[in-house]
Design a protein around this ligand. Sequence first.
Ligand code: PPS
Length: 285
Amino acid sequence: MNRPALQLVRGMPIIGPFAENWENVERFQARADDLLISTYPKSGTTWVSKIVDLILTNGDAEESRKGAIFERVPFLECSGPSLPSGTEILNKQDFPRVIKTHLPVDVLPQSFWDQNCKIIYVARNAKDVAVSYYHFYRMAFGHPDPGTWDEFLNSFMEGNVAFGRWSSHVKGYWEKRRQTDTLYLFYEDMLQDPMCEIQKVSRFMRKELSDKVLEKILTHTSFQAMKNNPMDNYSTFPFMDHSISPFMRKGILGDWKTHFSVSQNEKFDEYYQQEMANTDLSFRM
Ligand code: PPS
């Protein structure tokens, strides 16, 4: 498959074929009972989607295996050749819906704000996101060729990657969280104490779950369980070559240390100080 170039939508670079369906995304009618899972790419979207799905099924892993995670939690802005678009799928879906998006706050369809939908936002530290995104670009052919790691890292810092600047994304939802019904989570907290974060999500969804159900959810959402589950590991999704890099790659904190050279790290730290100077949002790296 030829790798399509990124296109600009409202000033934000987006995967080329996603731009083709933009009118339908912008017009999308959210409902008050929709639950939106929003993230900058590679921040734990699939992980939290699986947690939400298992909370909704009361920990019933067999029920949750009835479809791939990208079918159970459709991707709003997804669109491509020979694929039903996210909006097409969602417009036919039963309510209440759980919806995945990578759109930043200023590009999210207005109806999500008008309906005051519940939003679960997951943020991950920028250095690990950059590494994970680089490997994802290599294996997912909807993206342009990432070039070398150094070239990709520069594009990432410039915001010249799909969904734009990491810093605007994480800060945008952070600033909006108090005026909206948003649960703001961190990937690093999920790694450190997954049970605590699962409980936060279930409380946010107003679902009372027994300890036994919570334990089941914990088991089925571990990195290894999801990596081994074809419904969760994207092995059934087209346009990806897992032999280049698996979707479920490492799932750890600090993999950036094996990728950043000393000078890349210095440059990145300088960029990071500038981008994050005006916020109290902080990350563990
Ligand atoms: S996407 O394509 O933007 O929707 O990707 P996303 O799901 O947001 O992020 C993929 C990264 O999350 C890791 N992952 C997990 N880590 C720990 N535990 C669990 N259960 C888990 N599930 C997914 C996945 O491995 C990607 O990170 P990297 O660093 O590349 O391994």
